[in-house]
Write a protein that binds this ligand. Sequence first.
Ligand code: PGA
Length: 267
Amino acid sequence: MKRMLVIAGNWKMNKDFEEAEKFMDDLLVGLDEYGDLEEELENVQVVICPPAPFIELVGDMTEESEIYVGGQDVSKFKSGAYTGEISAQMYRSMDINYCIAGHSERRKYHNETNADIHEKMLRLKESFIAPIICVGETEEEREEGKTFDVIEKQLSEILFDIDEKNDMLLLAYEPVWAIGTGKTASPGQAQEVHAFIRNWVKENISETFAEEIHILYGGSVKPTNAEELLMKEDIDGALIGGASLDAKQFTEIIVTAAKLSKRKSNG
Ligand code: PGA
């Protein structure tokens, strides 16, 4: 089974309009310089999740390219008096194909629970948007040897009613201790958890679903460590914060994925 690599950039609450425009210009020009990798680049799904006010800009600028635009979060409600929230239907009307849900920063600063994330996933599904659901343990949980318990709880409380025929779902393993800290999980540590997640999907959803689902790694992915992480069997891409703010670094990671994509699909 061939899984494409997915490289998703999460800008979080960074950049102003001009900076967003400049980034997109630099990214498109940067990728154009790799014309000889055209075929390989087609094997990589690039997604950019800008802050909501810049979705239209990024959408317009990527119209002629294969780059997709994603949301960083979505409301668990369908519509109504929820000031500041963004609905899945709004994203749909802007042709958004992906949306992150359950990022650890949302869990930490906005007290999101697994039940909230489950609701968000349903709203995205109703609007035919692929959710990128984040799971991951804190440093303390890892030190106490609770990594697999924490992840199993997150998976079972969020994905308990997945319908394998209809769901376009991606997962992201993001160890909280590796996000924005410069501490990356080693490729071995990441692969171990990715394999655990895939096995959970196999046992609780189905074997086919487990083979097809993309599990991204997130947490201090940089041009210098992308290759060793993306080479791993169960790592199907990356969710990138810091390095996605710099067009040169983000381009380098996409190119690394493109070069690896052939090797991975053959192997
Ligand atoms: P980082 O963020 O790459 O800056 O560690 C990753 C994420 O939060 O998705």
